[in-house]
Structure formats: structure tokens, C-alpha cells
Write a protein that binds this ligand. Structure first.
Ligand code: IDP
Ligand code: MG
Length: 175
């Protein structure tokens, strides 16, 4: 890729429950940040079935979706691990950079120096437990960032926003 075709991009990154079970979050963040990717959004999320079905809409009708949800939600590992870490990062060629650091979808095909190659596995149900999710195109990054984050949870103005006045709207605040 030439200098001229390099592009500033945003991407959504999820550290899946197996990353948390294996205490890999620090290691993975180090690899990403060393590649000059900046974090502009971060949170811990308990993944509902509804959220998983939208995020993995392209796999929702696969026979393995129930098992994929068990894994992605962390239910496989018990209540202590029913969570994922979700990040928005930005940087030059952020999407392909993170995909390269993550490695191939199937951990058996992934280069051992990548995150999935080093730490992924196929579980007993045949699900690829591959530690990390990362957007695969600008279009999916946009969709995924809209799905996982509200505009005020991200530093910077990535996409158009609108102001909405809501009445009879219940929120939970610190008591
Ligand atoms: P990606 O995560 O590399 O973008 P996708 O095809 O979008 O790959 O699949 C999403 C996730 O679903 C994968 O990361 C993997 O955990 C799981 N997965 C996808 N295809 C299969 C399959 O054929 N068998 C088992 N697990 C799969
Ligand atoms: Mg994908």
C-alpha cells in the first residue's frame, strides 16, 4: 500500500470472553497500542442474545449459532465471565491493521504470531474460540460502532448525530 492510499479509519474491537478467562486483555491491548492505534471508546458489556443476533446477523441462521452465542456471551465459562470488553480505536489503516494483528478467523489457520494463532482454539462444539473480534470493512465498522456505542461514549465526532428531547424517560442515577 502506498502512502497516498493510507487512510484514517475507525474500527470496533471486542475482546471475547476467552480473552478474559485467559487474562489476555493486557497483552492484546499492548499489541494494538504498539501498532499506533488509539482507543477512543471502551466498556464492559454483558452480551444479550438480541445484541449477538444483530452483531452476528450474517451467522444468525447457521446451525452453530446457539453454540456461538454460548461462547460469545461467555455462558460457556460461567457467570463470572459473562462479559466482553469493547473498544473503538482509530488510526491509519486501523481496520486492516487490527485484522492483521488478530489473524485468520480459524485459529488453526492463523499465523502463530497473531493473537488468534497464539491463543485461539476450536472448542468441543466446533466453535472457533478466537479471542478477538474486529470489524472487517468501513461499512461493518460503522454498523458495529452504532450498535455497541452511543455517541457520548466515544471521544470525537465519528458519524452524524442528532439531538432528541425525551419526555417520561426513566434513567438510573447514583442515589
Ligand atoms: P471474523 O470474526 O474473522 O470476522 P466471521 O465469519 O464474521 O469471522 O465469524 C464470526 C465468528 O463466528 C468467528 O470469529 C468465530 O468465532 C465464529 N465462527 C464463524 N464461522 C464459524 C464456523 O464455521 N465454525 C465455528 N465457528 C465459526
Ligand atoms: Mg466478521
Amino acid at each position: 500500500m502506498t502512502e497516498a492510499t493510507k487512510k484514517h479509519q475507525y474500527t470496533l474491537i471486542i475482546l471475547k470472553p476467552d480473552a478474559l478467562v485467559k487474562s489476555l486483555s493486557g497483552n492484546i491491548l499492548t499489541r494494538l497500542l504498539e501498532a499506533r492505534l488509539r482507543l477512543i471508546g471502551a466498556k464492559v458489556v454483558k452480551v444479550s442474545r438480541e445484541l449477538a443476533e444483530v452483531h452476528y446477523a450474517h451467522l444468525k441462521d447457521e446451525p452453530f449459532f446457539d453454540d456461538l452465542y454460548e461462547y460469545f456471551s461467555g455462558k460457556t465459562y460461567g457467570p463470572k465471565y459473562e462479559r466482553v470488553l469493547v473498544f473503538v480505536s482509530e488510526g491509519v489503516d486501523a481496520i486492516s491493521k487490527v485484522r492483521r494483528i488478530a489473524g485468520a478467523t480459524n485459529p488453526l489457520d492463523a499465523d502463530p504470531i497473531t493473537i488468534r494463532g497464539a491463543y485461539g482454539r476450536i472448542n468441543k462444539k466446533g466453535i472457533m474460540e478466537n479471542v478477538i473480534h474486529c470489524s472487517d470493512s468501513e461499512e461493518s465498522a460503522k454498523k458495529e460502532i452504532h450498535l455497541w456505542f452511543d455517541p457520548d461514549e466515544i471521544i470525537g465526532e465519528l458519524y452524524p448525530t442528532k439531538k432528541v428531547i425525551k419526555e417520561n424517560y426513566e434513567v438510573i442515577e447514583w442515589a
